[in-house]
Ligand binder design. Structure first.
Ligand code: PLP
Length: 342
């Protein structure tokens, strides 16, 4: 038994939605990257493709354009007029909420809690341009600051919403990527792809949503998720399995994810969140030169260094088509410009 696309589509249509993205995003070949690896003597897989979720449009694009179409609608439905978010200096999520709030006419506060002396550039600069009020605060006070803003906004007669407190924000990313599954099924067929497909991306909701889609559709789509920050693999697997249960219930799907449904790679996460190692810098340069495709040092560069590393180590099956998920994150590249100076 498999779940029909129609059923998933109907459930998606029932959810409130606030348009933020240009969809469908393209699926493109990575032929020149494949050739560059072949020239090194690497055994390359059947085919290499990239899903261009970096070109969703709004505010420099990215996978989160898909996620926050549901989140912004959910916030509007709740009658909130002010959003309070807590996140990192490097956060792409913070940028997307800023864009969504600007478009929806919501007031937005971002409590940015690390790299306090780092310049106003990348995502944080874009947040500011899109009207966010930025509160740079040490991590240990972030919660307190958010609560203080909540109190002040309430006293001013507004209806604030602390984003990390709402469990919906944990599952809407997976929901957004059920739709990506529908898109990709057609695009892969149009591209004449046969045999197993391996999606390659990062630990998170997006790749999990794709795997959940595939499992329910009975497709031979495998998934590798590279870590981008420290954390136990089992924790990610357990959280993901739990979230997938909630989504499966909501969408009346037949199965949810088991902890081993995603291959998780720890080896490419670099020294810390927001810090790339030399392999990431090399991967970004290699893909830029081969394909004219830009990756970032915090997320997609780490995923690509994982793909190149695993190919070089001969650990990717030859009969698979690799589909790299380019999830965006580009503005933060500029915060790392010094790492590319010769
Ligand atoms: C550019 C980018 N790609 C991937 C991820 C992984 O997480 P998710 O799939 O939940 O967005 C993130 C998380 O912040 C991200 O910013």
């Amino acid at each position: 038994m498999t779940v029909s696309q129609e059923k998933i589509r109907t459930k998606l249509e029932e959810l409130p939605r606030f348009k933020l993205s240009h969809l469908n995003t393209p699926l493109e070949p990575l032929d020149r990257l494949q050739q560059a690896l072949k020239d090194e003597g690497v055994d390359v897989p059947n085919r290499m493709l990239v899903k261009r979720d970096d070109v969703t449009g709004l505010a420099f694009g990215g996978n989160k354009g898909r996620h926050f179409e549901f989140e912004i609608a959910h916030i509007l439905e709740g009658g909130f007029d002010t959003v309070i978010n807590i996140n990192h200096y490097h956060s792409n999520q913070a940028r997307f909420i800023a864009a969504g709030c600007a478009k929806a006419g919501l007031k937005y506060h971002i409590v940015s809690h690390d790299n306090l002396d780092a310049p106003l550039t990348g995502n944080l600069l874009l947040c500011k341009l899109m009207g966010a009020e930025i509160h740079r605060t040490p991590n240990e006070y972030a919660r307190q600051v958010a609560e203080k803003i909540f109190k002040e906004e309430t006293e001013a007669g507004n209806k604030p919403y602390i984003l990390p407190d709402d469990p919906f924000s944990d599952i809407m990313g997976m929901i957004g990527f059920l739709e990506t599954g529908i898109e990709l099924e057609q695009q892969l067929e149009d591209a004449g792809v046969e045999g197993p497909v391996r999606f390659w991306g990062l630990t998170g909701r997006s790749i999990a949503g794709l795997r959940l889609y595939a499992k329910n559709r009975g497709l031979d789509w495998r998934a590798t998720a590279c870590q981008y920050s420290p954390g136990k693999v089992e924790d990610f697997q357990n959280v993901t399995a739990n979230r997938s249960k909630q989504v499966a219930e909501m969408f009346d799907l037949e199965v949810s994810l088991d902890t081993d449904d995603l291959q998780v790679l720890e080896d490419y996460r670099g020294p810390a969140y927001g810090e790339p190692d030399d392999r990431v810098i090399e991967a970004i340069q290699m893909v830029g030169k081969a394909e004219g495709l830009i990756l970032d040092p915090n997320y997609t560069g780490k995923a690509m260094s994982g793909l190149i590393g695993e190919l070089r180590a001969g650990r990717v099956a030859a009969d698979e088509t690799i589909c790299f998920i380019h999830s965006g994150g580009l503005p933060q590249l500029f915060a790392h410009a010094d790492k590319f100076v010769d």
